[in-house]
Design a protein around this ligand. Structure first.
Ligand code: PRX
Length: 650
């Protein structure tokens, strides 16, 4: 592990603040003692089976809880169920049709109140639309939408008819969209004219059109009208959502699905340039997200829950769409940014809807800290009773600020560690049971087994190492679409029989887990995974660039910031802005390097390997220590001078 991790370990070792669950929270909490942990420890399969049968409605019972042939798991084999039926029909059938499923708020301030009955009606119609466009069970459907209710409708409609959705975050470029459509060979694309962001309409359909020029598998495109921006519709291929919905028949029975049928693909960055299509299936995934949403957030009937993620990420899949809806929760869904029209937009939303559970990312919390405590203080946040974080390690200062200024000292905080691959939360406090420490995700949840391992795969009982998951869990990924070998190589080869998460972790004296960030070439920028190789490939695809090396440098707000070192082809010339925009076009604005340094050569070992650790040290302004393994040490001193002079880009 790098020096940076060593520093973190030292710093965290001094954390001695403790926050036991407050008595009035415990009074109404679902889990208040270690009984659930003991039950899961005694027999984890029986534990998960109990969750699956208590929390979900099955059309047919399973014949076997778990079939585990490393690394392939089958959960609840033989069982049949439908995810949309679990998220919608059963709540309506139980008499809860008039319960609000989604309080939606657009960035300009327009609102929609959608009950479970409304959502079911919309999903049934749209399921028929998809069928009429030729979508059948097992077909892939791509979704490229802003944060509007139609995103949830599209996902649930796929689930209803057994189609596999692949959602692409609306901030990704047309090139990224095209790559994902082609990898999945999707038949239909669902997009919108545009959406609202920072007070303006951002166009989606034109980006989709660019992608569609290179995606032969797409037969139909459904376009939701949201931005009102002008778009071109290709006759025969492109259809307006509202027109198709008008013609669609209102009733569509839910398809019975096998527990192990594919529910969705979601692409995420790995250490190589090509994003991985992470596969999640039906019964185990829904069990895992429903269970975690209920117990980690201690969900109660009168809660108003709000997760600020985008549906384009796993957090949006598991904790906006599937977990909350399967639990029949009432939630807020917000389209835009936290600083439009003012820096208090989130607190205004919390106040107006009476939000009780608030789930966001550390990068957002650090941004709120910068904006100042006056913003939340100007609003009535007394409805809040529980706070959550996800996506990256939260530094103790940000945790304390969240606790003090948002939770007003009253709300437990659940720091939830998990990944696109895990499907749902794995390590987190249970808020009525666990004494928290600022910055620690505490313990593996009941039913989950996590260990810290050293280089040789030996269990570390105290101190730092690599995080591994040692038993299969229901929401685990079932593979990488079209690449079974990469699945084995990435997750199951580092430690035999155990899942390698790619994160560093440390166990303290009390057995608390502290997550320390990635140990591979994946950066975490504002809680989003971006691979160094992906950004390097994007840079090198510019005709002026000969070679590029990209590192993640520690950043106060975004966790890590992308720093690129670029050497140009002989005689070529290009400026920083052009290159940053080029990366945005290739991948998306989230992958734009914060700083780019030009250098005639990259520092390499004598065997030709780029020394990334050293580049990270340069980017973070650290002393370099021993550089004797370098082929040409002068390259580095020159880079250090440039780094010291250059202003960072916004
Ligand atoms: O490094 C860990 C970090 O985010 C990675 C997973 O990213 P992604 O698949 O995009 O999913 C993010 C939302 C679940 C992990 O490998 N990470 C996520 N949550 C935490 C975290 N690091 C520390 N603490 C967390 N609570």
């Amino acid at each position: 592990m790098s020096d940076a991790h060593g520093d973190t370990i030292d710093a965290l070792g001094h954390e001695d603040r403790r926050f036991p669950p407050p008595a009035d929270f415990v009074a109404g909490a679902a889990v208040t003692d270690a009984a659930m942990r003991a039950e899961a420890l005694a027999d984890s399969e029986a534990f998960w089976a109990r969750q699956a049968s208590e929390l979900l409605t099955w059309q047919e019972p399973w014949s076997r809880v778990l079939d585990w042939q490393v690394p392939n798991a089958r959960w609840f084999d033989g069982g049949r169920l439908n995810v949309a039926e679990n998220c919608l029909d059963r709540h309506v059938a139980a008499g809860n049709g008039s319960r609000v499923a989604i309080h939606w708020e657009g960035e300009p301030g327009d609102t929609r109140t959608i009950t479970y009955a409304d959502l079911l009606a919309e999903v049934e119609r749209f399921s028929n639309v998809l069928r009429s466009l030729g979508v059948a069970k097992g077909d892939r459907v791509n979704i490229y939408l802003p944060m509007i209710p139609e995103a949830a409708v599209a996902m649930l409609s796929c689930a209803r008819i057994g189609a596999v959705h692949s959602v692409v975050f609306g901030g990704f470029s047309s090139q990224s969209l095209a790559d994902r459509i082609n990898d999945a060979e999707a038949k239909v694309l669902i997009t919108a004219d545009g959406g609202y962001r920072r007070g303006e309409v951002f166009a989606l359909k034109p980006a989709a059109d660019e992608a569609l020029a290179t995606t032969p598998s797409i037969e139909h495109v459904v376009v939701v009208r949201r931005g009102g921006n002008e778009v071109t519709m290709q006759p025969g291929r492109d259809h307006w959502y509202h027109e198709l919905m008008e013609e669609a028949s209102p009733s569509c029975p839910a398809e019975g699905m096998d527990a192990e049928d594919l529910l969705f693909l979601l692409y995420t960055s790995g250490t190589t340039g090509k994003p991985k299509g992470i596969m999640h299936t039906t019964g185990g995934y829904l069990t895992h997200v429903t269970y975690t949403h209920r117990y980690v957030f201690d969900l109660r009937p009168d809660d108003v829950y709000w997760c600020t993620a985008d549906v384009g990420w796993i957090t949006g899949h598991s904790y906006i769409v599937y977990g909350p809806l399967a639990n029949g929760a009432t939630q807020v869904m917000y389209e835009g940014v936290p600083n439009h029209p003012g820096n208090d937009r989130f607190w205004d939303i919390v106040e107006r809807y009476g939000v009780t559970i608030f789930y966001t990312a550390p990068t957002a919390i650090r941004t709120f800290m910068k904006w100042g405590a006056e913003e939340p203080a100007a609003h009535d946040l007394s409805s809040l009773r529980l706070l959550g974080t996800v996506g990256e390690p939260i530094n103790p200062e940000a945790w304390m600020w969240y606790h003090t200024h948002i939770g007003q000292g009253r709300c437990p905080i659940v720091d939830t560690w998990w990944q696109t691959e895990t499907g749902g939360i794995m390590i987190s406090p249970l808020p009525g049971e666990t004494t928290t420490k600022p910055g620690s995700a505490t313990f593996a949840l009941p039913g989950v087994s996590a260990e810290v391992l050293d280089d040789a795969g030996q269990v570390v009982t105290h101190g730092g190492g690599y995080l591994a998951l040692t038993e299969p869990w229901p929401g685990m990924l079932r593979g990488i679409w079209g690449d079974p070998q990469r699945f084995v190589d990435t997750y199951w080869s580092r430690f035999e029989g155990r899942y390698f998460a790619g994160d560093g972790a440390r166990l303290d004296d009390d057995g608390y887990l502290w997550l320390l960030g990635r140990v591979d070439d994946v950066m975490n920028v504002s809680g989003h995974r971006i691979s160094t190789t992906e950004v390097e490939s994007a840079l090198v695809s510019h005709p002026a660039v000969a070679e590029a090396a990209v590192v993640g440098a520690t950043d106060d707000t975004t966790g890590q910031a992308i720093v690129a070192y670029v050497s140009l082809r002989g005689g070529a010339d290009v400026d920083v802005t052009t290159l940053r925009n080029h990366v945005a076009t290739e991948i998306g604005a989230i992958a734009k390097p914060k700083a780019i340094f030009f250098t005639p050569d990259l520092p390499k070992t004598r065997s030709g390997k780029i020394m990334r650790r050293l580049l990270r040290d340069v980017a973070e302004g650290r002393d370099l220590g021993d550089t004797t393994t370098l082929a040409d040490a002068s390259v580095v001193s020159e880079l250090q001078q440039r780094a010291a002079q250059a202003p960072a880009e916004d």
